[in-house]
Design a protein around this ligand. Sequence first.
Ligand SMILES: *[C@@H]1O[C@H](CO)[C@@H](O)[C@H](O)[C@H]1NC(C)=O
Length: 394
Amino acid sequence: MPLVNVFGSKGRWVLSALLIFAVICELAYCQEDTQEQRTTPGRKPKPSKPKLGKSTNKGPRTVIHKPKIKATPAVPAQAVLTQVLKRGKFKKVGDSISVQTGDTLELRCRGKPVQWSVPKYLEEDDDGRLRIVQHKRYGALTLVNTTGADTGEYTCYPMYCEDTDCRKEYDKAVRVFVFFPDPQELFVPSSDYYEAIQLRTNWPTLLPCQVTSPEAKVTLHREFPPVEVAVDGTEISFNVKRGFTIHRPRPHHAGALFCVASLGNLRQSSTKYMLIYVNYPMAPPAPVIQASSSSVAVGVNLRVSCSVVGEQDVVVEFTWEYPGQQIGRPLYTQESISPIGGGAARQQSQSVLLVDEVRDVDQGAYTCTALNLQGAKSVSTTVKVVPKAKPKKP
Ligand SMILES: *[C@@H]1O[C@H](CO)[C@@H](O)[C@H](O)[C@H]1NC(C)=O
């Protein structure tokens, strides 16, 4: 059953034949691989020859004797991810699969070598349940004693190698989202009672209430006042593999929210999410600097202004560097914010550096750095100090 299903849609029969051959090889004829398999915990591989005889009736059986094994890696095949089921059956995985909690997850990915990525919690918390083995033609990932917490994305990256130098082929990665439906836990457990999340102006925000079962019905709720939040799919949408996304946060989205999942008789609440609204700029500031004069006479007052036009209520911080700094010349600054007319909610933030009674040491470059939550940018201007104008003599 699985052999033909797996590759039947691939079109070119040559490719199919090669791939089928490779699978057959993995199943029965590659002794090294089969032996390695035996060390995998929790599985009892059975001799699979009788079953194979049946499955290959449809296929070109002679292919088995084709000696050109080396031809296989030359085919630029997309990596294929298969799940090893009980009794040595294989199944090509789609977008997502469900594995009963407690059962063993076993995935195989064609390629030599391949690299895997697993849910973060598994990566960090290695308790010996995860095993990754590279066989001759495929990588195998085995996860035993599974729980709902293992729910997440499992990715296989084929590696492209030149000698010993290997890199991941990101565009050929194959991913599968694995649910581990837990009869007691509808949500993937979190160690935090609540989670603070910044809502940034117009930046999509994720409430990662991840369910362990794709069948769970999930709704979004506000704590005060206690209401269900409308999920229209545009402003807020739900994805069973990620959670809720608020696409363009506005101040009214802030507050304490949580998810509720129901399945059968079970109804559970997720961790609480404290959503804090932050006026967030779209880009780093673009300051403009201007000196009252590029050439000042000793004794005259100098003003250097630095201004940024940006979104309303976005804080911009200014810092200055100036020639008299090293010798501790005490300059001072004046900061101000003023709205800009014209409908769009924008404002001008300005910092003015004041130099009273300019001296020779004040000659040089004045640099203003403007900083917001997206980054910083500096601008400079040069000021020349010229001798005092001679007082007029009668
Ligand atoms: C899996 O669970 C069994 C039974 O509780 C235990 O004996 C075994 O050590 C566990 N295996 C791992 C790798 O944690």
